[in-house]
Design a protein around this ligand. Sequence first.
Ligand SMILES: [Fe+2]
Length: 164
Amino acid sequence: MSDTIDEFLVTYLTDVHALEQQSIELLEKAIDIAGDPSAQQLYHGHLLETHEQKRYIRERLEAHGAGPSTTKDVASRAGAKGIGLTVQAAPDTPGKLAAFAFAFEHLEIASYELLRRLAARAGDGDTVEIADRILGEERSAADKIAATFDLVVERALQQRGLAG
Ligand SMILES: [Fe+2]
């Protein structure tokens, strides 16, 4: 309990960095599973955005003196630390994918809300700014995923010959 607020902030940054890495793995799989060009495009667009988000967070870690050795293996340790969701158990159908990806975006949203508040308490305005920006992108991604729900069900019904 003797961590400084700065060191504590680094643990939050490390965790969101691991989340972004998991998100990249999920979105790469999502492009294969989505099964519809518009959904594929959505996941691809957010994948590009996610690479950028991860870079922003890495820069904030570096600004706090946390070098590559701190950030390098966080993704592999993420599961063991209970961060994120098990991407290995990622869904194999467009419907389960949409639900899983929607949940993942909300996990990110909650994590950035917490990071933002801690950064504000630590007086780190740059991290607050980055968190706000990423929050906007994650919310927009979640909305776009939700907008696919109708299409996902419709296509699943069509594939089963159940579309009326
Ligand atoms: Fe995201």
